[in-house]
Ligand binder design. Structure first.
Ligand code: PLP
Length: 371
């Protein structure tokens, strides 16, 4: 049997939605993106504005840029994240400062972050690792105490709740990703959510090459000819084709939540008695898990991973700590993240993972620990 770690899942609704846009022959950013933004705002039930862009990385880049950060500024980032988080900060000229994480959740460790604060520190960028951000209140207290802005990397957590509220209802700036394997997809894509009108204005212009107020023109099928540009901008806007896919995905979020939670819950329940495995201490009833990560103790992560690969089961390692990469190398070590890097293993989790496949994954893991 072959079992994939992750995959995109689209059905008839997405195909019809894309064909509808193709037939209109208005493919770039227009009406469809405006509607997707409105529907996202309604889905999240947020008073904040939602700005769609073409990747989650672009969302993070524009969020950091919108705060006016540049060379000489520093942003506190947990080292265990997709390299996108680090690159997005670095793209502005600001320096991502790698911080350690908690063993049980892999969320940013604020005690360590406090050690990394300098007069140049301007923001903190916590990552909702494996969709959990239960400790976010501590981040906002920390930020208030040190005069920092907060950008939440919510790439994993679209649709999740935290402390009873949907992610995106509260917070300074949040960035979602809609890449092919995230909780919802628009092909590729992302969004910035914020209640700060200045941040939103800057993101709105910067996603269209800095052309002032071009968004409003494009939403009504027009574009700017006479315009001014006063700040740096990029081609980061979302297309109507992407928005069409995203719009077709939104109505199925209840199914997505139930399926993804169900798969994660089953791994946890049926592997609970294996002493060499530790699942993370996450708010399992609130999150919609993008990945299901288990710690493999006793130094046998790689042999388990190879055993599963030999049995056709794909697994992942989320992630190599960024402070070990050449570009982001630090002079200090981050002992918790470095130890976790040798333990973490992501198990297959996607909407097409059927019962038979999951039983096979679980029994393969049990076979490994028996021998
Ligand atoms: C996916 C992801 C991103 C980037 O999103 P893209 O849409 O792939 O650019 C950023 N941070 C984390 C933690 C992610 O998992």
């Amino acid at each position: 049997m072959k079992v994939r770690l992750s995959k995109s899942t689209v059905g008839a609704a997405e195909k019809e939605s894309v064909i509808r846009v193709l037939e209109k022959e208005y493919l770039g950013m227009g009406e469809e993106v405006r509607l997707f933004e409105e529907e996202l705002k309604a889905f999240l039930g947020t008073p904040h504005d939602v700005m769609c862009v073409n990747t989650g990385t672009a969302a993070l880049h524009l969020a950091v840029l919108a705060l006016g950060l540049a060379a000489g500024d520093e942003v506190l980032v947990p080292t265990l994240t997709f390299v996108a988080t680090f690159q997005a900060v670095a793209a502005t000229g600001a320096r991502p400062v790698a911080c350690d994480v908690h063993t049980d959740t892999l969320f940013i460790d604020l005690e360590d972050a406090a050690r990394r604060i300098t007069p140049h520190t301007k923001a903190i960028l916590p990552v909702h690792y494996a969709s959990d951000s239960s400790r976010i209140d501590d981040v906002y207290r920390f930020a208030a105490a040190h005069g920092l802005r907060v950008i939440e990397d919510a790439a994993h957590s679209f649709g999740s709740l935290r402390n009873g509220h949907k992610i995106g209802v509260e917070g300074d700036i949040l960035c979602f990703s809609f890449d092919g394997i995230k909780n919802i997809t628009s092909g590729e894509g992302g969004a910035v959510v914020s209640g700060d009108p200045e941040v939103i204005r800057r993101v709105k212009d910067a996603r269209l090459l800095g052309v002032e107020k071009d968004t409003d023109k494009r939403y009504s099928g027009d574009r700017s000819w006479e315009f001014d540009v006063t700040s740096l901008g990029f081609r980061y806007h979302m297309s109507n084709i992407m928005a069409a896919i995203g719009r077709a995905q939104l109505p199925r979020m209840d199914m997505v939540a139930e399926t993804r939670r169900g798969i994660a819950a089953r791994y946890i329940k049926e592997l609970a008695d294996i002493s060499g495995l530790r699942f993370l201490a996450l708010a399992h009833d609130e999150i919609i898990p993008h990945i299901c990560v288990v710690r493999v103790l006793g130094g046998c992560r790689d042999s388990l991973r190879e055993f599963l690969a030999a049995h056709g089961v794909e697994t992942g390692i989320h992630y190599k700590p960024n402070h070990l990469l050449t570009l982001f190398k630090t002079e200090y070590s981050l002992p918790v993240a470095e130890e976790l890097y040798g333990q973490i293993l992501s198990l297959p989790l996607h909407l097409d993972l059927d019962d038979k496949q999951q039983v096979y994954v679980i029994s393969s893991i049990r076979d490994f620990f028996r021998s």
